[in-house]
Design a binder for this molecule. Structure first.
Ligand code: HT7
Ligand code: ZN
Length: 872
């Protein structure tokens, strides 16, 4: 497999003004007839270039015609899955008949079966698995789609846009025709057919148009869509209020499917969702999953403007729509719940998972320069770092300036396929600013390090911050240029008050410093005492900040900084410092220290009744195993696990009474609601319960068991079960079984059970994981279930990082198995092995050996790219 390069972009040779599709759906053979209204692209340099249409190995060509002339075999060729026609008129209708077998489509790309329904997934290059097409995002066409099917099996037949006709064919089948008036690339095409139930609602837009809203599911799930519908209406309103964006069609449909490679898809007017991101009910869904449903519904809806109305010119520009849309969904969730809590959650995820990606063999800029398989680039870098880059533009321009820029962007490019440069140009032009240095964020990979030192001059009341920046080399980018990094700072006094200062002639409590050079000094005047700097407030840039804080300073920031985000950040730093000391002691075979400064900080926190309980819960959470791995020079999973366990017990024992009180005082009244207030209380209550149980008392253990048995919602039930299993309480086996028996008919709860069971640390951990994959309720065709078991194994340190290498070998077996069956999923399963160079030597060698074993197979492009780059 070879790479394609951004620098080689050329405009398409042909355009497709109209696309008329007919699907004759059948259990074994589906016939697709396309009529493409083609014309040569006036912007192309060639007047004679051949027509080259993308196809797939799973598409059988039955016939092809230009206007009414059926092409004989000599007048076209099929080479590397492409249909090539050398001689064509300048404007014509190409008719193509193809045969596909959705029931055998295990890759879940193109048209496939999920349970009893037909559905599609066309982003990024799935449409070519349906019929021959110019499958690239800069070819935008008006689609009319007719679906023919047996009405008794497929009473619901949906596609993009509006239903314009319905009737019976001569053979007595039903047909439905849909028309989408908005030109769109093929990746936004969708089709769904099945025996589905629907919930109807309406939304009146800001200009007074009524939009029909419909959510479709299989009949047994239709009682779980109310929250998604409510989230959709709130998202529609938010986009009108915050971005001035109104929905455009008369109908907006969402369909839930069980088998789906990712979270959801923003197809025009017909979003298709992984059921895990749409369905919610108090008894079966945790608070976290409710928040995910809300965020994903919002994300896909927001794509209607940032992605659909204005789309990407090519897939190198993916972050244009994904980074911006993640920024929009994060802002929506922040406005809906607590903005600080949301920011902490997002940053914690970024620092754990995206920073690791940026430090690994797959590191790439948010606008990559090349790729082998685009599906591999739906990454945390494109999405999460992409969002951080948009957020920095927001920070640089301010709320109003950013809105002016987004208004101009949407107005200027409505109906176009554009680039990240166009986005930044709109921001620049609307605000009359120069973002040329800032744009390096789009082309440079790696997480920048910012190192800060300071000095205070008592006599002149002057405080200086010296900052330097350095971005480490990443594959293919040995040297880096200085970035424009916005660093939001405030100063804190000895008695925890904000210290005002004069910076560049103005008095502030807080300001944004513009770090642009490799080294820069910022001077603050009128600083009345030696301050503690509160740096990178709200995480104003996706960098690793290094300032040598003392423990006292961290404790001070943790309890007193005006910036809620930095209070969390200080607590994390303190915990990281202590965990690192414990890891060193563990590795040296020493007794682990029995002292922790966190007790003081956590005690203050737990006694402060003015704090948001969700924030307290976040601060109480120790840095995760994954985050500690990301920070480590050389990852020792067993050392990290031992250190975390030890520190958790120290804190638990030191504050046992406080945790008991926090547990007892954070109960929620009334029926379950997914409101910020209730979610916050449940999160603190369950965090406190985990510590209380960790302290080891029988009382706490019996409270956990009681909570499990009495819970009236999944959040409390599953939190209690996780505690019982993770602390290996005597009831663990019994309740894990009881949980399965109670929920075995709820696929999404079974997924939670699979994950918890696979993650359970026990002697025969890997054997247990293997038996889960043999379980009657496991289904390898369902990516959610596979991800649950393999994801659970990844958290099971003992089983996965076993020194006999069996955990890695088992993962490699699954990758090899999935390589042909579902390459997108197989390639994602490789992620833990791609970190082999950062592991301690013994584990590193074992991981590398498995990568080499995989490399010896006949690999899909997806797996080949990840494995070969990891071994390079
Ligand atoms: N834009 C969607 C991406 C997506 C996808 C990509 C590759 C393979 C399968 C996929 N399913 C959905 C989702 C989004 O970001 O909104
Ligand atoms: Zn998206």
């Amino acid at each position: 497999p070879s790479a394609i390069y951004l620098k080689d972009y050329k405009v398409p040779e042909f355009l497709i003004d109209k696309t008329e599709l007919t699907f004759d759906l059948d259990e074994t053979q589906t016939i697709v007839t396309s009529r493409l209204h083609l014309r040569r692209n006036p912007e192309s340099n060639s007047a004679t270039a051949p027509l080259v249409l993308d196809g797939g190995e799973d598409v059988k060509l039955i016939g092809v015609a230009i206007d009414t002339y059926e092409l004989p075999k000599e007048e076209y060729s099929l080479v590397n899955d492409k249909l090539i026609i050398t001689a064509t008129p300048n404007e014509f209708i190409l008719t193509c008949e193809t045969l596909i077998e959705p029931q055998n489509n295990t890759k879940l790309e193109g048209l496939y079966r999920s349970s009893s329904m037909f559905c599609t997934q066309c982003e990024a290059e799935g449409f070519r698995h349906i019929t021959y097409y110019l499958d690239r995002p800069d070819v935008m066409s008006v689609f009319t789609t007719t679906i023919i099917g047996d009405e008794s099996k497929y009473p619901v037949m949906l596609s993009n846009g509006n239903e314009i006709e319905r009737g019976k064919t001569e053979e007595g089948k039903t047909f439905v025709t849909w028309n989408d008036p908005f030109p769109k690339p093929a990746y936004l095409f969708a089709l769904v057919a099945g025996d589905l139930n629907v919930i109807n609602d309406t939304f009146v837009t800001m200009s007074g148009r009524e939009v029909a809203l419909q959510i479709y599911t299989e009949p047994h799930n239709i009682d779980k869509v109310d929250f998604a519908m409510d989230s959709l209406k709130r998202s529609m309103k938010w986009d009108e209020e915050v971005y001035g964006r109104e929905y455009d069609l008369d109908i907006f449909m969402i369909v839930a499917v069980d088998d789906f490679n990712m979270g959801a898809m923003e197809n025009k007017g017909l979003n298709i969702f992984n059921s895990s991101c749409l369905l919610a009910s108090p008894k079966t869904t945790t608070d976290d999953a409710y928040l995910r449903v809300e965020a994903v519904v919002a994300h896909e809806y927001f794509h209607n403007w940032s992605g659909n109305r204005v789309t990407c010119r090519d897939w190198f520009q993916l972050s244009l729509k994904e980074g911006f849309t993640v920024f929009r969904d994060q802002s929506f969730s922040a406005d809906t719940h607590s903005s600080v809590v949301k920011r902490v959650e997002d940053v914690s995820f970024l620092k754990t998972a995206q920073f690791a990606e940026d430090a690994g063999p797959m590191a790439h800029p948010i606008r990559p320069a090349s790729f082998i398989e685009i599906s591999n680039f739906y990454t945390l870098t494109i999405y999460e770092k992409g969002s951080e880059v948009v957020r920095m533009i927001h920070t640089l321009l301010g709320e109003e300036g950013f809105r002016k820029g987004s208004d101009l962007y949407f107005e200027r490019h409505d109906g176009q396929a554009v680039t990240c440069d166009d986005f930044v140009a709109a921001m620049e032009d609307a605000n009359d600013v120069d973002l040329s240095q800032f744009k390096r964020w789009y082309s440079q990979a790696g997480t920048p390090r910012v190192t800060v030192t300071d000095e205070y001059d008592e006599a002149s009341k002057t405080y200086r911050l010296h900052m330097s920046q350095m971005t480490p080399p990443t594959p293919g980018q040995p040297t880096k240029l200085s970035l424009h990094i916005p660093v939001k700072v405030g100063l804190v006094s000895a008695n925890n008050e904000p210290l005002s200062f004069v910076y560049e002639g103005n008095t502030h409590d807080e300001t944004v410093l513009h770090l642009k050079d490799a080294e820069q000094t910022f001077v603050f005047e009128n600083v009345t005492e030696q301050p503690v700097p509160s740096l990178l407030r709200e995480f104003s840039a996706p960098v690793k900040l290094n300032y040598d804080y003392s423990t006292e300073q961290l404790l001070q920031l943790m309890s007193g900084d005006a910036d809620g985000f930095n209070r969390w950040s200080a607590s994390q730093q303190l915990a990281v410092n202590e965990l690192n000391q414990l890891i060193v002691q563990y590795q040296a075979g020493q007794t682990l220290s029995e002292e922790t400064q966190l007790l003081k900080g956590f005690a203050t926190l737990l006694s402060d009744k003015t704090l948001d309980p969700a924030m307290v819960a976040l601060i109480l959470a120790l840095p995760s195993q994954a985050y500690m791995s990301e920070l480590a020079e050389e990852i020792d999973p067993h050392g990290i696990k031992a250190a975390r366990k030890h520190l958790r017990e120290l804190i638990a024992k030191g504050l046992e009474q406080e945790f008991k009180v926090a547990y007892e005082t954070n109960t929620t009244d009334g029926p379950y609601e997914a409101t910020a207030e209730q979610i916050a209380k449940r999160s603190l209550k369950n965090a406190a319960l985990a510590y209380w149980v960790a302290a080891g008392s029988d009382e706490a253990a019996s409270v956990a068991v009681r909570q499990y048995r009495n819970a009236d919602n999944m959040t409390d039930q599953f939190a209690a079960l996780s505690i019982i299993v993770n602390f290996d309480l005597p009831e663990a086996d019994e309740l894990l079984n009881a949980f399965y028996e109670q929920w075995k008919h709820e696929a999404l709860v079974v997924i939670k059970w699979l994950m918890l069971s696979a993650a359970r640390e026990q002697e025969n951990g890997l054997a247990n994981v293997k038996s889960l994959m043999e379980h009657p309720n496991f289904d390898i065709k369902n990516p959610n279930k596979l991800r649950a078991v393999i994801g659970g194994l990844g958290q099971n340190t003992q089983a996965f990082h076993n020194l006999d290498g069996s955990g890695y070998a088992f993962l490699a077996d699954q990758i090899i198995l999935m390589n042909k069956r579902n390459p997108q999923i197989a390639s994602r399963l490789c992620t833990p092995l791609t970190r082999w160079q950062r592991m301690e030597p013994e584990l590193s060698g074992l991981m590398k050996a498995q990568l080499e074993r995989i490399a010896g197979e006949d690999l899909s492009k997806d797996v080949y790219e990840v494995v070969s780059k990891s071994l390079a």
